[in-house]
Design a protein around this ligand. Sequence first.
Ligand SMILES: [Zn+2]
Length: 82
Amino acid sequence: MGTPQIEEPKSEFTCPACGRPLYDRRHLNCGYCGKAIPPEMLLTQAQADEIDKELAADQKRQQEVVKRIDALGPHIYGKYRI
Ligand SMILES: [Zn+2]
């Protein structure tokens, strides 16, 4: 057994000026150095909308899971009480 390796997600998009990862490609300027991001590295409006939709769907799924766990909660605790 070795040390568990934690893989850091690498962004393939980095600021050409300072080299830091672009945390939001919808911003026209780098969040670190403020330099303008080349248009070809920015998301199109359609791509941005797509990401927003996915995030919203993700959030909804998470809320559903939480709701389901909440609904199961008392039942589970009652059944497996030590
Ligand atoms: Zn930068």
